[in-house]
Design a protein around this ligand. Structure first.
Ligand code: TRP
Ligand code: SF4
Length: 403
């Protein structure tokens, strides 16, 4: 049976240094869950950092190690997921270059983040070739591992969409190796007599009657085969859709549903707004930051009733508090029964409680840099093996294997 363990998950994060609560609740908790369900590749995308930090790359290295420590401290388990640094896998660069040959420039120009980021970071000159290529580099990250799923936030969906389009275009251009029909037929026979027959029945149903269910069934049949090679499996899936070999599966975004994490000024928590509470923020500073958070602006005096819907502190309660505590806030705020500092107190406690084990684990890793390096070396090696295999296939498909 095809279990989810057969599917790969890939995601990446730019090394921005110590991570904050927004990263934790928005992304990392989800990764920790996924690592037990799928084969996961988590990348520290230092080249992506360079697309905007190329003038001052000095901080990237330190940020990389800080971020790795935070990943490990929140429970990303190197025994389950592969953790690696993008630039340590030069095959990414090769794939990016090869993909650039077949990617229309307009696809890159129309990605919404391109103009948005240029405007947002207007103090930087982002009219570079590398910055334009940002989503294509991301495409290479994803498809080099033939990932099926990419856990990301809403802002990255357009990038994953781009990866799907590029994968499709690649398959279309280079997936039809000569004699793919007879190769597919040979591969189908390897599934055994019964499955071979079923495969062609389903294939005909799909191709002649457009029966989408038959296509799904046939795909599941192929994916459930343990005793045929990956390359045969891809050939059989590609053949179903009338193409040749499906070299790159089309990845899908796994949208992470997370409540909004407000920063200390009420806007979304983000390093660029300077409103973060970091994962390893000293407790006294957590207290300070929450105590000075803005509240419902209409609640000027203690005796004024407030409206939690107009207060960023309420957003924090949505992340941290159970129903009875939330009821207490709603009633107390609307009736002026509680003061804002009362309201914030359980949040301060909750954040400090959440951070204690994270801080402790981080300390262990900070005191043992050898182990951290060994974890990354191992992740890089495993990731690189997979990337090498993909590139061998890619070169072959594009006619670049001068053996
Ligand atoms: N662009 C992503 C971000 O800014 C980071 C990223 C790079 C990424 N490569 C990736 C995310 C591959 C998912 C998969 O958040
Ligand atoms: Fe916000 Fe709580 Fe104050 Fe109401 S009581 S305004 S929810 S901080």
């Amino acid at each position: 049976m095809a279990t989810s363990a057969n599917y790969r998950v890939m995601s990446g994060m730019r090394p921005t240094g110590a991570l904050h609560l927004g990263h934790y609740h928005g992304v990392l908790k989800n990764w920790v869950r996924l690592q037990n369900e799928y084969e996961c590749f988590f990348s520290i995308v230092d080249w992506h950092a360079l697309t905007t930090e190329y003038e001052t790359p000095g901080a990237i290295e330190r940020n990389v190690w800080e971020m790795i420590i935070d990943w490990l401290a929140v429970g990303i388990n190197p025994g389950a997921a592969k953790l690696y640094i993008q630039s340590r896998i030069p095959e990414h660069a090769e794939l990016h270059l090869l993909l650039s040959m077949l990617t229309p420039q307009s696809w890159l120009e129309r990605v919404p983040s391109y103009k948005e980021q240029q405007e947002r970071l207007h103090e930087k000159d982002l009219t570079t070739y590398g910055f334009l290529g940002y989503p294509l580099l991301q495409t290479a990250d994803i498809i080099i591992f033939k990932a099926s799923y990419v856990p990301v936030g809403e802002d990255q969906v357009a990038h994953v969409e781009m990866a799907r389009e590029v994968a499709r275009r690649f398959n279309y251009l280079y997936g039809r190796d000569p004699g793919f029909e007879s190769k597919a037929e040979r591969a189908a026979r390897k599934m055994g007599k019964k499955n071979n027959k079923l495969y062609f029945e389903l294939l005909n149903k799909y191709q002649e009657q457009g029966d989408a269910q038959a296509l799904e069934k046939a795909r599941a049949l192929v994916e459930a085969q343990q005793n045929i090679s990956i390359s045969d499996r891809e050939r059989l899936v590609g053949y179903l859709e009338g193409g040749g070999k499906m070299i790159f599966p089309e990845p899908r975004a796994l949208l992470t549903e997370a409540p909004k994490m407000p920063g200390t000024d009420g806007q979304k928590m983000s390093k660029s707004y300077n409103n973060t509470i970091s994962l390893r923020e000293p407790s006294a500073r957590v207290e300070d930051k929450v105590r000075t958070m803005p509240t419902d602006p209409a609640r000027i005096r203690r005796k004024d009733p407030g409206d939690p819907e107009k207060c960023p502190v309420w957003d924090l309660h949505k992340v941290y508090s159970d129903e009875s505590l939330k009821d207490w806030v709603q009633q107390g705020c609307r009736s002026a029964g509680i003061g804002c500092l009362d309201c914030k107190k359980p949040l301060i406690e909750a954040i400090i409680r959440e951070q204690a084990p994270i801080r402790e684990r981080a300390e262990d890793y900070i005191n043992d840099p050898e182990t951290v390096r060994a974890i990354i070396n191992e992740g890089c090696e495993t990731a690189r093996d997979v990337a090498r295999e993909t590139l061998t296939e890619v070169r072959e498909a594009m006619g670049l294997d001068y053996a």
